[in-house]
Design a protein around this ligand. Sequence first.
Ligand code: DAV
Length: 370
Amino acid sequence: MTQDTIVSSWNDFDPLRHVIVGRADHCCVPPSEPAVDDKVPVDSKMKGMWGPRPLETVEAANEQLDGFAKLLESRGIRVDRPTPIQWNQAVSTPDFRTFSMFGCMPPRDVLLTVGNEILSAAMSFRCRYFEYLAYWPLMNQYFREDPNFRWEQAPRPRLTDESYRPNYGMGKHAMTIEERLEKVAAKEFVTTEVEPMFDAADVMRMGKDLFVQHGLTTNRTAMEWMQRHFPNHRVHAVNFPGDPYPIHIDATFVPLRPGLCINNPHRKMPEEQRKIFAKNDWEIVDAAMPAHDNPPPLCYSSTWLSMNCLVLDHKTVCVEASEVHQMEQMDKLGMEVIPVPLRDAYAFGGGIHCCTADVYREGTCEDYFP
Ligand code: DAV
């Protein structure tokens, strides 16, 4: 790496030097649309509501996000922040319309860093179609500063009605959790395969290998696209049949250091897919139980944000400060734990890992699964 290198990151555990932390400004609960409707559980208070989130919740989330940014800076990590736009605007393309956007939390969903490239994802939520704009100033800046930075954008999906199964789980087709689990086992999600669609947070980067969760935000066509886009990588499809709302891999399967991952005990990786880890002497440990019985109000995510941690290096990890069981487990696994209060930001789309995106970690592209 030359001195001018700004962007480089191959995994989620090598020493972190530069990161983006999201902001809650102007975040909205999005209006009804096929992919969002499928994510919000039937019994959620969020069903049917949309519009700007209450100001006091935005302020509380921002206070914690700012605190997390300061903490990272105090450890010598460079922190950049997105530039929020007014998300409470109707937008349209030739193919769809929506009455509001979403926000610029969490960056991990949008930005996939692979080596010296940052790729904006082809997201399946219409309300998130323009979210990359919040990161445009940073991408443009890195492009000027770093002669090797690859500023990339996955093919923009059209997100017409063809991209979604009609009436999936809606109205009279509403599903019980058991019915949802059957669909998940059959890999039948709200999204179809007419075009590549993915969220960056469905991709777990481990050097030469990219493990990609097939779920409601990422389809098989996207994996095929990724394999052609990253010809020197191996793209592996993974899925977790125990998860009724499979979205994003980072509350399900999380690497802590080379050779060690934690796996959500309710969403176990199938035996067949574990083989590659066993064969290469990786240990997969059941994650500790969440400290909370319920997510905070107006939150899309499950209580398993408990395991959504940010690894700073092979011995140090940031865990949400109220997640006592997860902190204790990390300690037992030999990690130094930094408690970070972030629960007020959960409702905005995720936890400690979600609210960040890698810009630079030390290290190179290793082959952990030869
Ligand atoms: O368990 O609800 C949350 C992941 C957010 N990025 C869950 C997944």
